[in-house]
Design a protein around this ligand. Structure first.
Ligand SMILES: NC(=O)c1ccc[n+]([C@@H]2O[C@H](COP(=O)([O-])OP(=O)(O)OC[C@H]3O[C@@H](n4cnc5c(N)ncnc54)[C@H](OP(=O)(O)O)[C@@H]3O)[C@@H](O)[C@H]2O)c1
Length: 283
């Protein structure tokens, strides 16, 4: 199968390129295929004629999106619109990577694929929600795949930040305890997408996060435990750790579609984290 990956040099794109063996892969980065250029995206897809496009390209720094909102809308919403239209024109299935942040986090249970997002709490979330809507209206053969709390090979990610901060110079690290989600490795997402590629009948929306849940505080503690780092971690609230972009308190995603389709079982987040940290030790 011909699979084109936008944002192929990013964290998820890199893992996908290393995981989807057996397919003819086309790595598209900003130089080859700037998604904000509609005619370029169309001509690149017309040349490749991909069966599937996995659209990872995005402006992903949530706080930067808050201060550069025009750029966020341009890359995430307009860029995805262009990719969706080009997929429709060339007959490719579009797998568009989205985010847990499309939900405001007010629900007292994990969100499933059929819960109505309200567009999210920050500019990044709103631009990704607009992107999802463009995918749904412009390219019927699509799968919106929501991921969350990602870490992978070279980062940047929360895992990389925690390991960097624990350099022995800090008596304690304060980490937010009142935001809960599903820490997820890019490898777990890529493995799930590898299975999904064998199921062209799966369309609509799917949640692809690891099983189990944790706060950022619990996530940090587990990172240090698994890495054998003796670092004191102190819980704090979101109010005590203000960021330019507001984050949801509840980011948990239920994997209703994945379970009902029987296509793939996401690993528990602690197992995925252990695998990731073990693979890093070997390098
Ligand atoms: N990381 C997370 O925790 C997380 C959570 C939820 C959802 N997601 C979603 O998962 C997807 C992959 O995220 P990631 O963590 O792999 O992000 P990433 O490492 O920031 O990768 C994004 C890639 O998109 C590229 N890009 C940006 N603007 C572009 C443009 N105009 N044209 C073409 N390429 C462009 C970037 O290139 P440059 O380096 O040149 O900018 C980068 O290679 C994104 O859709 C993101 O919204 C991520």
């Amino acid at each position: 199968m011909k699979v084109a990956i936008t944002g192929a040099k990013g964290m998820l794109g890199t893992t996908l390129m290393n995981t989807l063996e057996g397919h003819e892969l086309f790595a598209l980065d900003r130089e080859d295929c700037d998604v904000t250029k509609p005619s370029l995206v169309c001509s690149v897809f017309e040349k490749i004629k991909p069966d599937v496009v996995i659209h990872c390209a995005a402006m992903t720094s949530v706080d930067l999106c808050e201060s550069k909102q025009f750029e966020a809308w341009k890359t995430n919403a307009f860029g995805t619109t262009n990719v969706a239209h080009a997929c429709y024109k060339t007959g490719a299935k579009l797998i568009a990577i989205s985010t847990d942040y499309v939900f405001d986090g007010e629900l007292d249970r994990p969100y499933n694929e059929y819960d109505e997002p309200n567009g999210g709490l920050n500019a990044y979330a709103k631009s990704k929600w607009a992107a999802e809507q463009a995918v749904r209206s412009l390219c019927p053969n699509h799968l919106v795949a929501r991921v969350a709390w990602l870490y992978g090979e070279d980062g940047p990610s929360f895992v990389h930040t925690m390991v960097r901060l624990a350099d022995g110079t800090r008596s304690e690290i304060k980490v937010v305890k009142d935001q809960i989600g599903n820490p997820t490795s890019t490898k777990a997402v890529a493995d799930a997408l590898r299975s999904i590629l064998n199921h062209p009948e799966l369309v609509g929306t799917v949640h692809l996060t690891c099983e189990g849940e944790a706060s950022w505080f619990e996530f940090a503690k587990k990172i240090f435990e698994l890495k054998g780092i003796n670092q004191k971690v102190v819980p704090c609230t979101s109010d005590q750790y203000p960021t330019p972009a507001k984050r949801p308190h509840n980011s948990r995603l239920q994997k209703l579609v994945l379970k009902e389709s029987g296509i793939y079982q996401m690993p528990h987040w602690e197992d995925a984290l252990n695998d990731f940290l073990s693979s890093q030790k070997k390098d």
